[in-house]
Ligand binder design. Sequence first.
Ligand SMILES: Nc1ncnc2c1ncn2[C@@H]1O[C@H](COP(=O)(O)OP(=O)(O)OP(=O)(O)O)[C@@H](O)[C@H]1O
Ligand SMILES: [Mg+2]
Length: 165
Amino acid sequence: MTSEEVIAEFKNWKPKDCLEAEICCGIRLVPFAVGRGAYRDIYTIKGLPDLIVKFPKHSKAHSVGEIKAIRKILNSKTKYTELKKLMPTLLYSDLRTGVIIMPKYKKLVTKYDSLISDLVESIVNLEWDEKVITTDVHYENLGLDAKGRPVIIDLGYFTNEGHDF
Ligand SMILES: Nc1ncnc2c1ncn2[C@@H]1O[C@H](COP(=O)(O)OP(=O)(O)OP(=O)(O)O)[C@@H](O)[C@H]1O
Ligand SMILES: [Mg+2]
């Protein structure tokens, strides 16, 4: 299956977890970044290594917060000019299940990772207008796109909905 076909299967079946996705969408999921996500289980799809699928673990609030934040930033006509440039591509997102598909971004492993994280955090602090305890922008929640530009890959803490403390 192509990426487009897999995404069409997700839109059709709206699976809530790994098992439903495998059975309904006819795909095999491969665990990625095992044990890294506190809120989501992260998978790649067998045969499609460029996609990342995130399934909520105990609560979908973190994912729902992430989806709402990305949509709010990208849909704004007047605000978030710089934040828009740091958004991941939401290939699939479902507020009901909290399941997300986005491209797989390269790991931010350069000697400049803390410099890049600090710059991204400054942009977030300048433009993001929701009052939260932390947006949790650090190198593990950032990636690099094909052109080497930084991307925020976890916006779960951008809204209060995504905070469970
Ligand atoms: N689009 C992506 N491309 C590459 N790696 C990713 C992507 N999304 C997530 N990951 C990897 O999976 C890890 C966990 O993902 P994510 O941060 O979205 O989950 P989480 O449950 O919200 O984690 P936490 O709240 O612990 O930061 C990331 O730190 C990163 O290593
Ligand atoms: Mg994270």
